[in-house]
Design a protein around this ligand. Structure first.
Ligand code: GLN
Length: 549
């Protein structure tokens, strides 16, 4: 049987519970334990797939095609493991299961209630991943903030699990905020005291308190928190602001968060952590040798969380290239034929992001045309790839009104069309082509060079696809379908061999990029951007080149 660690949050949201949970998991993993993390979200949506990115940030897709919370992305990037549908559960999913069972008559005439029926279903799912011996430790992050009405059943489930399991098999970590009051020049512990009291009123007493703080916690403050919150002083952990989220595991190691957890779980023998590679990665990240400017074009660029996995993939790829990646947000709505050169000036690469709907679409197409014609490294993901096809059809094949069926259902040339199986679907939730699918790569292409393989698997989230009726015309004009699904022939990768780096993919490589294994497409895109930048420098300053010779 696995041991269970629950992570709750208090005082305010956005304290970075996911990062703390992932960091703890990383430390335990680095000491040789088999660890997984799951997240329980208290909202009624069955999954975040139907949520606007402005509401909830990026929707992360797992191998098995679950549309999940973006924290699962952090778990995968930190731990280099795959999560699944079982790792993200919402109130909506819990109620759906219970209501379906009620309709089947499974409750034999009983009144179905929050306690015990909803809490039983929460408990069943909380314990599920620890059942088959695959993991030593299961970490469960409870979304929301303690005291919220909607998180009550989850806290109650944790209370019951604590009561049911042997004491050494389960513990609760509570993450809070210790604000600094400038006027008083003091760190304040009262909000933490209140939040622990709230949690205690709900029947759960935290074993460890992790304090987010802008200033170091003095021994005195630690003792005060410990005393008023009824934990041992060593169980008060300082989580100060880090320059990168990837440093948080090292901060937590210094604070002995993992050792305190293991002690409470009655695990007394464990090896020293092996964090060699992790530290090397951080060194490369913190001390880059050069930099590139990458333009990111998307609909939600004001919101960092909307493209979380893409931004993290750039960090992984930058580190391996020993190069800082400055991501420049480009609003496509304001790009026109006249100003495109000016808008994209100074960029060493252009990434057109995934997305849905019409807003800013013409600007994206104009930017892609510029990148294609000017040798600017281009990388299109999902909608970005689809728009690269539209651009090529319009400006190279001369199909002036070509478009994606998604944007214009009346277009005479739907070079991007709705997938056949999507045509019968009416429900929006969980019905796209989701999850991992194989892709066969054509020999001798850029894609082969990037992956070093002819067979890959990548994750998807889309309803539209390249229309194979146009394949021959595309190939003849120099846009090559270099990756295809082996069963359906669906075009997964397009590339332009006449260009130094022009590639579009129907799938989402950002979803599989981790610290230990950065996504090859991002690594090569940054490499191409570096080369482009060096070339630009030498054009600007020919002396540089001759000096190099
Ligand atoms: N809207 C496009 C589709 O559904 C692209 C989706 C995406 O970029 N994830 O096919």
């Amino acid at each position: 049987m696995a041991k269970y660690i629950f992570v709750t949050g208090g005082v305010t949201s956005s304290l970075g519970k996911g990062i703390i949970a992932a960091s703890l998991a990383k430390l335990l993993q680095s000491r040789g334990f088999k660890v997984t993390i799951q997240k329980f979200d208290p909202y009624i949506n069955v999954d975040p797939g139907t949520l606007n990115p402005y509401e909830h940030g990026e929707c992360f897709v797992t191998e098995d095609g679950a549309e999940t919370d973006l924290d699962l992305g952090h778990y995968e990037r930190f731990l280099n493991i795959h999560t699944s549908q079982a790792n993200n559960v919402t109130t909506g999913r819990i109620y759906q299961t219970v209501i379906n069972k009620e309709r089947e008559g499974a409750y034999l005439g009983k009144t179905v209630q929050v306690v015990p029926h909803i809490t039983d279903e929460i408990k069943r799912r909380m314990l599920l991943l620890g059942k088959d011996g695959k993991y030593d430790i299961v970490i469960t992050e409870i979304g929301g903030t303690v005291g919220d009405i909607e998180s009550l059943p989850f806290v109650e489930a944790v209370r019951q699990i604590q009561w049911e399991l042997p004491e050494e098999d389960c513990l609760v970590v509570h993450l809070t905020l210790i604000p600094y009051l400038k006027a008083a020049k003091e760190l304040k512990t009262k909000p933490t005291q209140h939040s622990v009291r709230l949690l205690s009123q709900e029947g759960v007493h935290p074993d460890i308190i992790v304090c987010r703080t802008e200033r170091p916690l003095s021994t005195e403050i630690r003792r005060k928190i410990a005393l008023f919150c009824n934990v041992k002083p060593e169980a008060v952990i300082e989580a100060s602001d880090a320059s990168t989220i990837y440093e948080v595991p090292l901060f937590m190691l210094k604070e002995k968060l993992d050792v305190i957890c293991l002690k409470k779980l009655n695990v007394t023998i464990f090896p020293e952590p092996d964090l060699e590679n992790w530290k090397k990665f951080i060194d490369k990240l913190k001390y880059p040798k050069g930099q590139v400017n990458i333009g990111l074009i998307g609909k939600y660029i004001e919101l960092q969380d909307a493209y979380k996995s893409i931004l993290e993939s750039f960090i992984h790829a930058g580190a391996i290239n020993e190069c800082k990646v400055n991501v420049v947000n480009v609003h496509s709505e304001f790009i026109t034929d006249q100003n495109v050169g000016e808008k994209l000036a100074g960029l060493d690469g252009l990434l057109v992001a995934p997305g849905f709907g019409n807003r800013g679409i013409e600007g994206k197409i104009t930017a892609i045309k510029y990148a294609r014609e000017n040798g600017l490294p281009f990388f299109g993901i999902c909608l970005g790839m689809q728009m690269a096809c539209v651009e090529f059809a319009r400006n190279v094949l001369g199909l002036k009104d070509a478009h994606s069926f998604e944007m214009n259902a009346e277009t005479p040339d739907p070079v991007i069309d709705m997938m056949e199986e999507q045509k019968k679907i009416t429900n929006k939730g969980g019905t796209m082509r989701l999850g991992s699918y194989p892709c066969d790569i054509k020999e001798g292409t850029l894609a082969e060079k990037i992956y070093g393989s002819l067979h890959i698997n990548e994750r998807h989230r889309h309803r539209y696809e390249f229309n194979n009726k146009y394949m021959e015309a595309f190939e003849q004009a120099g846009m090559i379908p270099s990756g295809k699904n082996p069963e359906t022939g669906l075009v997964e990768i397009i590339e332009n061999p006449k260009h130094p780096f022009f590639i579009g993919v129907q799938y989402h490589p950002e979803l599989k990029s981790t610290v230990e294994s950065p996504a090859p497409l991002f690594v090569h895109f940054i490499k191409a951007a570096k080369e482009y930048s060096e070339k630009q420098q030498s054009v600007k300053n020919p002396l540089l080149e001759s000096e190099m010779i």
